[in-house]
Design a protein around this ligand. Structure first.
Ligand code: SME
Length: 158
């Protein structure tokens, strides 16, 4: 997709998300609607969802797409690594990421953004694609803005 169009898509997505989350602070309701909006708005994605911190593990949260792995150890896979590092990870080819956890063999690239709220790691937002190198710097900015908007609307932890 042409870069300007892609930026405009994320701008529009962010406005829709702000409207969708307005006046609602429930974690589950907002996480479920965020996953649904992003899944249906972004082209070429096959899974969008949350993994939430539960002790030393991440546990599957609200998502859209095929059923997925229920638990991921902190530090394992792309999700567990992004959680421990507290930085976004973009993986152009999941087969090149040591320890990648293949919930869906169709997934070929992914982006994982950590959710840090008031200094506390709540979990991660994971977006997967069946296309190689689906996510670039514009996607990273866009998905990070979506995660920030989601966190802005929280008044309670999961
Ligand atoms: N691929 C992820 C696991 C989650 S699923 O893709 C939905 C990972 O390596 O952490």
């Amino acid at each position: 997709m042409e870069p300007t169009l892609k930026s405009e898509l994320y701008d529009s997505l962010l406005r829709q998300l702000q409207a969708l989350l307005e006046d609602e602070s429930d974690f589950i309701a907002n996480a479920a609607n965020t996953a649904a909006l992003v899944y249906h708005a972004l082209p070429e994605v096959n899974w969008v969802g949350f993994y939430l911190c539960r002790g030393e593990q991440l546990v599957l949260g609200p998502f859209q797409g095929k059923p997925a792995c229920r638990r991921i150890e902190l530090g394992k896979g792309v999700c567990g690594t992004a959680a421990v590092r507290k930085t976004t990870i973009v993986v152009p080819d999941v087969r090149d990421f040591p320890g990648h956890i293949a919930c869906d063999p169709d997934s070929r690239s992914e982006i994982v953004v950590p959710l840090v709220h008031q200094g506390c790691l709540l979990g991660v937002l994971d977006v997967d694609s069946a296309s190689l190198a689906r996510f670039d710097a514009i996607d990273q900015r866009g998905v990070e803005a979506i995660a920030a908007c989601f966190l802005d609307h929280l008044t309670q932890n999961p």
